[in-house]
Design a protein. Structure first.
Length: 317
C-alpha cells in the first residue's frame, strides 16, 4: 500500500524563490505539493502531485509515472519526463501559461487555458484537452494515436518535423496539422476549416488516410506531395480540395463541393448527394465521380469547373 505521507515544499520567499530537488535518488512515497518560482523535482518512485504552484518554469523527472491529485498552475514552461511509463495530468483546473514538453510512453494532458506544446516525444498515445487554442513551439512526435480537443478554438500544429501516426479530433474550430511523412485521421468533428499536410520532409511518399469519419463544416484541404489521399470512411465534408497528391479517393455521405485539385494520378469521388464546383481540377490520370441516389435526384455538375484529366467517367446510381 502506498505511503500517504505528503511532502510539501514552499520556498521561504514564496512564489518568487526556486525549489530544486533534482537528485536522482529522491524517493517521495506520498504526494508532492510545492509553491515556488522555478521548480525542479526528480523522484525515483511514482510521482503524484497535489495542488501546486510554480510561478516560473516547472521541470519534472521520474522513472515510472507522473500523475496528480490536485491542479497545477505554472507561469512559465513545463517539461515532464518519464523514463518508461505514463504521464497523466488530466485535472480540469490545470493552467500552463507557457509551453508543455512531454517525454513518456502515453500522455494525458488537460489545460484550462490555451495549450502550447514544447518538444514532445511519446512512444505511445497522446490525449490533450485545451480550454483555448492548441499550438506548438517545437516538434511533436507520437508513435500511437493522438486525440486533440479544443472545443470552439483552433488547433495549429504546423511544424514540418511533426511525426504523428494518427490524429483524431474531439472538437475544434479551425485545424491545421503538418506531418513529416504519412498520417492517418481517426475522425472527429471540426466546426471550421481543416488543413492536413503530409510528407513535409519533401522526400517521403506516405499517404493521408482515415480510420474513422470526419465531419468538417468548413473547407478541407489536403496536401500529400508524392503520396496518396484516401478518405473513404463515411466522411461528411462541406468542400474538399487537394493541392498535391498522387492518387485521390474521397467518399462523402452527403453533397460535396470540389475546390481546387492538383494531382498527378487518378481522382475518384463518391457521394450520396450532389457533386458541385467551382474549383479547378488538374488530374493527371482518370477522373471518376459517382453519386449514389436514394429516393431523390442527385447530380454531378462540373460546370463552371475548369477540368483537365486524361479520362473522365460519371455515374448516377
Amino acid at each position: 500500500m502506498r505511503d500517504v505521507t505528503r511532502a510539501t515544499f514552499t520556498n521561504s520567499t514564496g512564489a518568487t524563490g526556486d525549489i530544486t530537488l533534482a537528485n536522482a535518488g529522491n524517493a517521495f512515497a506520498g504526494t508532492i505539493a510545492f509553491t515556488g518560482n522555478d521548480v525542479n523535482i526528480n523522484d525515483s518512485t511514482p510521482m503524484v502531485l497535489a495542488e501546486s504552484l510554480a510561478s516560473g518554469n516547472l521541470n519534472l523527472t521520474n522513472a515510472t509515472s507522473i500523475t496528480q491529485t490536485g491542479k497545477l498552475t505554472v507561469g512559465g514552461n513545463t517539461t515532464a519526463s518519464v523514463t518508461s511509463g505514463d504521464i497523466v495530468l488530466g485535472n480540469a483546473g490545470n493552467a500552463f501559461a507557457g509551453s508543455v514538453g512531454l517525454s513518456a510512453t502515453n500522455a494525458t494532458l488537460t489545460d484550462s487555458t490555451a495549450l502550447m506544446f514544447g518538444a514532445t516525444t511519446l512512444t505511445g498515445t497522446l490525449a490533450a484537452v485545451s480550454g483555448g487554442n492548441i499550438t506548438q513551439n517545437a516538434p511533436v512526435s507520437v508513435a500511437g494515436n493522438t486525440t486533440l480537443t479544443a472545443d470552439g478554438f483552433d488547433i495549429t500544429l504546423a511544424d514540418p518535423a511533426n511525426d504523428f501516426l494518427s490524429v483524431g479530433f474531439g472538437g475544434a474550430n479551425d485545424v491545421t496539422i503538418t506531418d513529416a511523412n504519412a498520417i492517418s485521421l481517426n475522425g472527429g468533428s471540426i466546426s471550421g476549416d481543416l488543413s492536413i499536410v503530409a510528407n513535409a520532409d519533401g522526400v517521403s511518399t506516405g499517404s493521408i488516410t482515415d480510420n474513422g469519419p470526419l465531419t468538417v463544416l468548413g473547407d478541407a484541404v489536403f496536401a500529400a506531395g508524392l503520396g496518396d489521399v484516401t478518405l473513404d470512411a463515411g466522411n461528411d465534408f462541406s468542400a474538399v480540395g487537394v493541392s498535391s497528391a498522387r492518387n485521390v479517393v474521397v467518399n462523402d455521405i452527403n453533397a460535396l463541393a470540389l475546390n481546387n485539385f492538383n494531382i498527378a494520378g487518378t481522382l475518384g469521388v463518391t457521394t450520396s448527394g450532389a457533386i458541385t464546383g467551382p474549383g479547378a481540377l488538374v488530374v493527371g490520370g482518370a477522373l471518376f465521380m459517382q453519386t449514389v441516389r436514394e429516393g431523390g435526384a442527385n447530380d454531378t455538375t462540373l460546370a463552371p469547373l475548369g477540368c483537365r484529366a486524361s479520362s473522365m467517367a460519371k455515374a448516377l446510381l
